[in-house]
Design a protein around this ligand. Structure first.
Ligand code: P1T
Length: 421
């Protein structure tokens, strides 16, 4: 049997200290490499619980759970002199904790927290000046796309939206002398297209003045760590998988580049789109279960994708963990797994799509993803301002943590209802 490095280490420890439990390291090994994806670092789960949050770092009594620091200001020992903090827009103990925790998960030197994913994204765009150019993708979260087309464009920051980012050569061709940023989502929203981060990083590195930023929202650092692959900046909408409970709006930026961090930190303080300490507390609490949640999202998502792939009412299914995905091999090489995101094309048009979502009883029709509840969205039927250039029969599922048998039964009965309507 293939043994992970961690399993080998555990078995050696077991033999050395006569620990019978570690003889089961083979079992642990089988849980670390799943469905052919990259081998996960098993200590990720330990870092998320203990990393950057030692009880000793907080107030009296060593509380195990991070306190919520609601204060907006901090007593100064003398004019112009500050202890660790001065004013909560600039920094705050609760925010500082989640920033350090998420940084450790993404393998970054620095983490910065914002009041939403969009606040984090637009802060990155604020690194640019009029006349600068961005390379991005046609398949992009609607909010990001709108900002680039309707706000950045007005500030004379132009974007080239590459039609097919699955071929790094197309990204390379779009880079001009004025390009300062390459902004990619992988997997993309909602097309689940994969970008080869390592190859694109290699292209971007040839130009000292261009940064590569990756929106990692669809996988979270548990399933993909773009900085390890050469990206300069990683963005996570923490509203999604990182928090996982659909009760927090937050965004995170991660980087190991000192200069980029200094500029982003300056913008964070100056623009002021920061999260409240209570949201930071909720995020820190939600993240504790990220590894268990993500593994279950993957199991449920794969089961749903396989069910849909064999359904007569479904034209095509997109899931990077399925051999039928055009970039299945890249996904397995680049990622540690895949989340609950499944995109499929229903046979039919607008009416069939409407009938399908109307028939669902467990899966909820709604925006967002990454929470414990399953959600469905039809991007082409969104309000006009958010409408994407996607086929009308494209349906996006964010598969949640319910019993997967109930989810499949729900999808099945809704699909049957479409056929008989
Ligand atoms: O909603 P907010 O926390 O501001 O995050 C924005 C965002 C950024 N990047 C990606 C890939 C996203 O999917 C999102 C938000 N997406 C949805 C709300 C959605 O339903 O797709």
């Amino acid at each position: 049997m293939y043994l992970t490095a961690q399993a080998r280490r555990l078995m050696q420890l077991g033999q050395k200290f006569h620990l019978p439990y570690f003889a089961n390291a083979r079992l642990i090994a089988t849980t670390q490499t799943v469905h052919g994806f990259r081998e996960q670092d098993p200590s990720f789960a330990t870092r998320i619980i203990h990393g950057a949050q030692e009880p000793e770092q907080w107030s009296d009594g060593n509380p195990v759970v991070m306190p919520i620091s609601l204060t907006t200001t901090f007593k100064q020992p003398a004019p112009g002199k500050f202890l660790s903090y001065e004013y909560s827009r600039l920094n705050n103990p609760s925010r500082n904790t989640v920033e350090r925790v998420v940084a450790s998960l993404e393998g970054a030197k620095y983490g910065l927290a914002y009041g939403s994913g969009m606040a984090a994204i637009t802060t990155v765009f604020n690194l640019l000046s009029p006349g600068d150019h961005i390379v991005s993708s046609v398949d992009l979260y609607g909010g990001t796309s709108i900002y680039l087309k309707q706000v950045a464009d007005r500030l004379n920051i132009k974007t080239t939206f590459v039609a097919d980012v699955t071929d790094p050569a197309n990204i390379e061709k779009a880079i001009t002398g004025n390009t300062r940023l390459v902004w990619m989502e992988t997997p993309s929203n909602p097309g689940l297209k994969m970008v080869d981060i390592e190859k694109v990083a290699e292209i971007v590195r040839r130009r000292k003045d261009v940064l590569l930023a990756i929106d990692n929202t669809f996988l979270s650092p548990y399933f993909q760590r773009p900085l390890e692959l050469g990206a300069d900046i990683v963005m996570n909408s923490a509203t999604k998988y990182l928090n996982g409970h659909s009760d927090v709006l937050m965004g995170m930026l991660l980087t190991s580049n000192d200069g980029v961090h200094d500029r982003l930190r300056f913008l964070q303080r100056t623009i002021g789109a920061v999260p409240s300490p209570f949201e930071c507390y909720l995020l820190n609490r939600g993240m504790k279960t990220l590894p268990v949640r993500m593994r279950q999202h993957m199991e449920n998502g794969l089961a749903v994708a396989r069910f849909l792939e064999n359904h007569p009412s479904v034209e095509r299914v997109l899931h990077p963990g399925l051999p039928s995905h055009p970039q299945h091999e890249l996904a397995q090489r680049q990622c540690y797994g895949h989340s609950g995101m499944v995109t499929f094309f229903l046979k039919g048009g607008k009416d069939e799509c409407r009938a399908f979502v109307k028939g669902l009883k467990v899966v909820i029709l709604g925006e967002s993803l990454g929470g414990y509840e399953s959600l469905v969205k039809i991007p082409a039927l969104m309000p006009e301002t958010y409408q994407l250039d996607v086929p009308v029969n494209l349906i996006r599922l964010a598969v949640g943590l319910e019993y997967v048998g109930d989810l499949i039964a729900d999808l099945d009965q809704a699909l049957r209802a479409v056929r008989s309507s």
